[in-house]
Design a binder for this molecule. Structure first.
Ligand SMILES: Nc1nc2c(c(=O)[nH]1)N[C@H]1C(S)=C(S)[C@@H](COP(=O)(O)OP(=O)(O)OC[C@H]3O[C@@H](n4cnc5c(=O)[nH]c(N)nc54)[C@H](O)[C@@H]3O)O[C@H]1N2
Ligand SMILES: Nc1nc2c(c(=O)[nH]1)N[C@H]1C(S)=C(S)[C@@H](COP(=O)(O)OP(=O)(O)OC[C@H]3O[C@@H](n4cnc5c(=O)[nH]c(N)nc54)[C@H](O)[C@@H]3O)O[C@H]1N2
Ligand SMILES: [Mo]
Length: 691
């Protein structure tokens, strides 16, 4: 945690002023920023000391945000392709030329079938305006294919909806009062730093911290106990914990009776999971299962910080449903420092003016098909068919780098390389995806535009004011879609709304005080301290659902790829590979910031020394990580962060900064999770050979 002095800024006597901002990145922390500007330049970015979750501290990456915004390789003019697809050869063109050409092409495709046009975006910025604000209005009016935005959190998100009615959970702040914190599938120090600050306060006050993670992360090292289970086996562990709660008489019968629906059927299932059975599936000891259950049941208040790492497997949705039942069975929700937090995003839903921001009514009765962003590799390679609809002829990408981040990337890259595909990419940099564009349009960064933000790891609404004028000829995403709308002849008045008006109008003023937003840059939602102490889950019955409509009672669902579920495959590819985030990158963002890339050194796969010895692989050796889908070239990092049988391919390098133009998604597949249609990135068998 270090605040940054932007390097190489001339010291002048010019006066400075401070602008309030919000970190735009896809991270649970959504920090409040204080941006110091001098002579029209950002000279310093700090965390807001008054915003409780931020507490004046920023991560290393965002401390370097000015370095990213003033990066010499930033795209500063519109670019037109002059080389083969994917070669990244462009010439600068004027805005009018680029926008006229794009609107002309989109219009001619839309005249045949607008569903042949696909927007592709994720959370490069989580802003409500520069995310799916004006862009959503544009694509709704156009009648383009809809995008199912599943790449990150939809397995866990829909599992929470099935259990609690919405993705809601504990307040971040009360973790300080917990006596037991189970950090489950989260490397908090790396990807949820501000939660870790609260957890440390609890630790200093005597709380026990337990980490459940196949990898011995820096977070696991700092907990009292680390349970290194096999990837994709969390559901079995949760069932065995329930078994112990039942057998030892640790259930809160009164809470269950009043606030849980469907427990008897789940109880029957849990009784089939004695600790020995789960231990076998999870690759841990029965004592570990028992002690976890005992700690969880007998420590008050007990909190679970679940994160998305554990849901990136076939059974991720069922596992989240099972884990989300645990605090209902022990009554942990009775205390404000007990319960569970996976996502807080659902708390914002009633306060957001989503229909106004996104205008789905502009579809005017049309019901375009939906394309799942997680199967973009296959879908770009599909011909027209009655089941699929028209071939995808045009892609408009913003806030995402699918060629690097989507699963089975050889297919994704092949799809993006189609000569007949028209691709527009709104970007800050020439990413692997932008390299495949017909036109690249220069987008503003968070320092240069208005936005409004919700969070998924805390309960403060946030406002971002522009600190500086756009760098070069950059324009905000919203402005680019506004200009395209005008050229397409879209005349609904909503296409004239300014970025500022959209940011200030994003929240219902009755629920999020506009005064607080503009005075502080943030405003806390008003939610009870212990929101489910007396039940009141946002389900129709107000009860938590062990048995959910359409889904039934959750169960352990084994991985697609594991020794147990696919023994033939496991004989050929005996190592399970997970590919969690690298600490100094944010997904594939920041890979091009030299100081952060230097901190991550090289594309690495962590292996246990035993697994390496069996393959004649030495520390630092160049290796080929392989399966039937592809080959990833990287360096072997031998250490005990990896448990035997599991390797960690840290993500997500740009392919062009990788070795041999590869990254870890060469190996991942496009099969989807049980709930939420999400990718199963961490459900992946490989083998490793010296290169
Ligand atoms: N520094 C940094 N911060 C980030 C990101 C980043 O790339 N870099 N990414 C951001 C994004 S997009 C997201 S979605 C969030 C959340 O990101 P998450 O995906 O929750 O990332 P992590 O907190 O690293 O947690 C993943 C942890 O889960 C572990 N894991 C993998 N498989 C399993 C399993 O089957 N079971 C269990 N119990 N654990 C498993 C991994 O070893 C890893 O330590 O983080 C955000 N924050
Ligand atoms: N193997 C493996 N693959 C993974 C994961 C994993 O753990 N393992 N994690 C998955 C997860 S959780 C996620 S969320 C996805 C993330 O995947 P993406 O959402 O694609 O995230 P990034 O790679 O950070 O790319 C975001 C891009 O948006 C751009 N951007 C940022 N702000 C703006 C803006 O204001 N305007 C425009 N036009 N562009 C902007 C950035 O420059 C960046 O290139 O990756 C997934 N892929
Ligand atoms: Mo994510």
């Amino acid at each position: 945690m270090d605040a940054l002095q932007t390097p190489d800024m001339p010291a002048t006597d010019a006066p400075t002023h401070v602008v309030r901002g919000a970190c735009p990145h896809d991270c649970p922390d959504t920090c409040a920023l204080r941006i110091t500007v001098q002579a029209g330049k950002v000279v310093r970015i700090q965390g807001d000391p008054d915003h409780p979750p931020t507490h004046g501290a920023l991560c290393t990456k965002v401390s370097r945000y000015a370095e990213r915004s003033y990066h010499p390789e930033r795209v500063l003019t519109p670019l037109k392709r002059i080389g083969p697809k994917g070669a990244g050869q462009f010439e600068p063109v004027g805005w009018d030329e680029a926008l006229d050409a794009i609107a002309g092409r989109l219009r001619s495709i839309a005249a045949r079938d607008p569903q042949a046009i696909l927007p592709y975006s994720y959370a490069g910025t989580m802003g409500l305006v520069q995310g799916d604000g004006m862009a959503a209005r544009f694509f709704h009016r156009l009648g383009a294919s809809l995008l199912d935005r599943t790449i990150c959190s939809s397995a866990g998100g829909e599992a929470l909806m099935a259990t609690y009615g919405r993705p809601v959970g504990m307040h971040l702040e009360w973790f300080t009062e917990s006596r037991l914190i189970v950090i489950w599938g989260s490397n908090s120090i790396s990807s949820n730093l501000h939660f870790w600050t609260y957890a440390q306060q609890a630790k200093r006050a005597g709380a026990k911290l337990v980490c459940i993670d196949p990898r011995r992360t820096e977070t696991a090292e700092k907990c009292h106990q680390h349970i290194a289970l096999l990837p994709g086996t969390d559901g079995a562990l949760a069932l065995a914990m329930m078994h112990e709660l039942i057998e030892q008489g640790w259930l809160d019968a009164d809470y269950i009776e009043r606030h849980v629906h469907g427990w008897p059927a789940l109880l029957e299932r849990a009784l089939q999971w004695p600790p020995e059975r789960a231990a076998e599936v999870c690759g841990i000891t029965a004592d570990e299962v028992r002690s976890l259950a005992r700690d969880y049941a007998t420590t008050r208040p007990a909190a679970i910080r679940l994160n998305y790492g554990m849901q990136r497997v076939r059974g991720g949705g069922n596992a989240v449903r099972l884990i989300a039942m645990l605090p209902c069975l022990t009554g942990a929700w009775r205390h404000r420092a007990g319960g569970l937090l996976l996502s807080a995003s659902g708390w914002f839903r009633p306060a957001m003016r989503t229909a106004w921001l996104q205008r789905p009514d502009l579809l005017a009765g049309r019901t375009p098909r939906t394309i799942n962003m997680s199967t973009i590799g296959d879908d770009l390679l599909r011909e027209a068919s009655p089941g699929f609809g028209p071939k995808i002829e045009a892609l408009v990408v913003y806030n995402s780098n699918p060629v690097a981040v989507a699963p089975e990337s050889a297919k994704v890259a092949r799809g993006f390389a189609r000569e007949d595909l028209f691709t527009v990419v709104l970007e800050h940099f020439l990413t692997d995806t932008a390299d495949h564009a017909d036109y690249v349009l220069p987008a503003t960064t968070q320092l240069e535009h208005w936005d409004a933000h919700r969070a998924y790891g805390h309960t403060y609404a946030m406002l971002n004011e522009p600190a500086i004028a756009p760098v070069g000829q950059a324009r905000s995403n919203a402005e680019i879609f506004r200009l395209l709308a005008a050229r397409m002849g879209f005349d609904d008045p909503c296409f004239a709304d300014s970025d500022q008006a959209m940011a200030l109008g994003a929240f219902d003023p009755e629920q999020v005080s506009p005064q607080a937003l503009s005075d502080n840059g943030w405003a806390k939602l008003s939610i009870a301290d212990a929101p489910f102490a007396e039940g009141g889950f946002p389900t129709p019955s107000g009860k938590a659902l062990a048995d959910a409509p359409g889904l039934g009672v959750p169960d352990f669902v084994p991985n697609y790829e594991s020794a147990q579920s696919s023994p033939d495959l496991a004989r050929r590819y005996p190592l399970a590979m997970i590919s969690p985030p690298a600490r100094h990158f944010l997904n594939s963002s920041f890979v091009n910031v030299a100081s952060l890339r230097a901190a991550e050194r090289e594309p690495l796969v962590e292996m246990h020394p035993q697994d390496a010895a069996a393959r004649g692989i030495a520390q630092g050796a160049l290796v080929r990580v392989v399966n039937d889908r592809g080959t990833y070239l990287c360096k072997a990092e031998l250490n005990e962060r990896a448990r035997p049988g599991v390797v960690n391919g840290l993500g997500i390098w740009w392919r062009k900064y990788g070795l041999g133009g590869t990254n870890v998604n060469e190996l991942t597949h496009q099969q989807l999770t049980d709930i939420g249609r999400a990718p199963a990135f961490y459900d992946c068998l490989v083998d490793i050979h010296p290169a």
